[in-house]
Design a binder for this molecule. Structure first.
Ligand code: MSP
Length: 659
């Protein structure tokens, strides 16, 4: 295994303020950095801002600010935001930093001396938004394909990088090194791009048109093109060519980017490095885009998500966990606050929070909050051996997935382990062992459960550093002297030292509710007004003629997507704000109960409901019903005689599948 790891984010343009998309890439880089550190590696994490070029000039002008002053101000916003999101970068680079300017000039001179930069005349369609020329073929109905605005035809003399020369070499390199660009779909996309002939890259802008850039070392009448400037930041930060960090970290460099900037990273950058005689970085890791309610996030749609707002509404741990858990690496993700809360309540409040709180409460009650001794192998029963196997298996899967940047799968494996430990507790029922005076067995069960909690707390550290610290503190771990190697954690089962004082209770993740800000609340009201109007109209339509009630046909595959299960109602109460609704706590076989709001009050009292077995739709997106979140739906017949619950005829267990 390599003993070093270097991770970079794109350097962000300073013409927009940081939003969810920037926060995601940077939190992902931070989590990966922390993860590799916990594998015992020496790590380096770089982020920063990209400040030269037309776009930045224009934005500064529009705001009536000097361009340097403007760049300083917005760059400062990025730099200051990251620590607020728990991001611990090692260097924050700016393309206006003097060492970067010197590095870019050195690099340009090298490529120029090697004969790969030439002077020539060029005419092309220039999009100021993209800061690049387009060929006629690339335009979309005469417009820039990204901005949908007409480009300007510009004819000028410029410097060109002989990129075409490296096309064949690059194709072979990507084919021979499958891990260079990942996920696979993006590797294929790059290879497809390379099936078209690669043109040389125009890398200069005359100063008469643009001053705000790095001057070419071999012609003071020109500045360099933003991408040629920006990409080099990744080696500036290492002190290329002589820096110790360059020697240590360049061969283990991983660039993390979204799919929007794959071409500069997968084609421009490798060919630039080759032309300068430098080895390539280790890998390009490409993620998808966050959408908001299935739409592209954009200023004009007014749906830009501000990370600090979410942090203050739901807490940093919830926000980071959601981003890492929800986005499947390489695919697009959909952001919604309802989704965030659903995830939080299901995974953190129910499964993880519950596990912590019950284990600490039991240790408090049965052993005065003092950790029981580590069991001997001879103490183990079959369930214990199974838990050990489960812990090892899931942790290994967690590690492999995390290493491959599949954080969502990694966290899913970890949550499987959490659910496994919850089940272990249910099966071994420490409360009964206590009542029956089986103290030795009770000690073994709790010692194993607490050792599991230790592992879980450590494995969550890369994603939720704050919550992980709290969990470790509650487990009485000495954080200062905790020497953790996540790989070793797989093979060694480390118990809490006997007698360690633990917290007596734990309320890590209290359940959350959707918090709308004022404008959202207003529009929600209007929406629900509209919706109920629509519902009434639909109802009216229904009464007029039953022909209208034609059921739509579903594919069998669509039906199979519905997770239908048996649940047992463990608790029920009237809804605080709606006479028709009941608030149910339902055990659907997940180790802890889920809250379901159901329109059953006209036919069933809360007391009647408790103990009933019901049919539950378990994979509905959580939604709010008159202010209370419902995680699923209970099925009932709406017959002539009113409501009638669907219940199984013979004995069943909560969680049993309905099909
Ligand atoms: N300055 C260039 C990058 C130069 S790197 C040598 C640039 N800057 S940017 O400000 O536009 O940042 C683009 C990056 O921001 C994406 O690659 C991604 O990391 C992040 N994101 C911006 N919007 C995003 C989403 N909606 N979703 C996910 N990430 C997104 O391009």
């Amino acid at each position: 295994m390599e003993d070093a790891f270097y991770i970079t984010t794109p350097i962000y343009y300073v013409n927009a303020e940081p939003h969810l998309g920037h926060a995601y890439t940077t939190i992902l880089a931070d989590s990966l950095n922390r993860f590799h550190e916990m594998l015992g590696k020496q790590t380096l994490f770089l982020t920063g801002t990209d400040e030269h070029g037309d776009k930045i000039m224009q934005s500064a002008r529009e705001r009536g600010e000097g361009v340097q002053e403007y760049a300083d101000r917005v760059s400062g916003k990025f730099r200051e935001l990251w620590p607020e999101l728990g991001i611990a970068y090692d260097r924050f680079i700016r393309t206006t930093d003097p060492d970067h300017v010197a590095c870019v000039q050195r690099f340009l001179q090298l490529v120029y001396d090697n004969g790969d930069i030439y002077f020539g005349e060029y005419g092309g369609y220039y999009c100021f938004g993209c800061e690049r020329f387009f060929t006629e073929k690339e335009l979309d109905g005469g417009n820039c394909p990204d901005h949908q605005t007409p480009p300007e035809y510009i004819q000028e003399t410029n410097y060109f990088f002989r990129m075409s020369r490296y096309q064949d070499w690059l194709v072979h390199y990507i084919q021979d090194n499958p891990d260079f660009i990942q996920p696979e779909r993006y590797r294929r996309e790059v290879l497809a791009m390379l099936r078209e002939p690669l043109e040389d890259l125009c890398i200069s802008r005359p100063k008469s048109r643009l001053e705000w850039g790095i001057e070419l070392p071999f012609d003071t009448g020109y500045v360099t093109y933003v991408w040629f400037d920006a990409l080099i930041n990744y080696i500036t930060a290492l002190g290329w060519p002589d820096g110790e960090d360059y020697a240590r970290f360049w061969s283990v460099a991983h660039h993390l980017v979204a799919k929007d900037i794959i071409k500069p990273h997968a084609i421009f950058w490798p060919t630039m490095l080759r032309a300068a005689g430098l080895p390539l970085f280790r890998g390009l890791r490409v993620h998808g885009y966050w959408k908001v309610h299935e739409e592209k996030m954009s200023k004009s749609l007014g749906n830009v998500v501000r990370p600090l707002e979410l942090r203050s509404k739901y807490g940093l741990d919830a926000f980071r966990f959601f981003l890492m858990r929800e986005m499947h690496f390489g695919q697009d993700g959909n952001f919604s606050e309802e989704g965030l809360i659903g995830r939080f309540n299901a995974d953190l409040a129910n499964d993880l929070g519950n596990l912590f709180s019950r284990c600490l409460a039991m240790t408090g009650k049965y052993f005065g909050a003092s950790a029981p001794p580590a069991p001997a192998d001879s103490d183990f029963q079959q369930e214990d051996e199974e838990l050990l196997q489960l812990g090892k298996g899931y942790l290994e899967k967690y590690l492999d997935s995390f290493e491959a940047v599949h954080t969502s799968e990694a966290l899913e494996w970890l949550m499987e382990f959490v659910r496994g430990v919850n089940k272990y507790i249910d099966t071994n029922a420490p409360w009964s062992l206590y009542k029956q005076g089986h103290t030795d067995r009770l000690k073994t069960v709790l010692a194993l459960a607490l050792a599991s909690l230790r592992r879980i707390a450590l494995a969550l550290r890369p994603v939720m550093p704050d919550a992980s610290r709290t969990m470790c503190q509650q487990l009485g771990l000495d954080l200062e002297n905790l020497d953790v190697d996540l790989r070793r954690e797989c093979s060694e089962w480390v118990y809490l030292s006997e007698g360690t004082q633990l917290a007596k209770k734990s309320n890590l993740f209290p359940r959350q509710e959707l918090k709308l800000n004022r404008e959202e609340a207003e529009s929600d009201k209007q929406d629900s007004g509209k919706k109920s109007g629509k519902a009434n109209a639909e109802k009216a339509g229904k009464q007029q003629g039953s022909e209208a009630e034609q059921a739509q046909e579903l594919d069998f595959g669509d039906f199979q997507k519905i997770d239908l299960r048996v649940g047992r109602v463990e608790g029920a109460s009237p809804h605080p704000d709606a006479d028709r609704l009941l608030q149910l706590e339902v055990d659907a076989g997940e180790g802890s109960t889920r809250q379901i709001v159901a329109g059953l009050a006209e036919a069933y009292s809360p007391r009647e409901m408790v103990g009933k077995y019901v049919a539950v739709v378990a994979n509905l997106k959580p939604r709010k019903l008159r202010g209370v979140t419902s995680q699923g739906m209970v099925l009932a017949v709406h017959g002539e005689q009113g409501l009638n619950l669907l219940t199984p005829e013979r004995e069943v267990t909560p969680g049993d599948k309905i099909s």
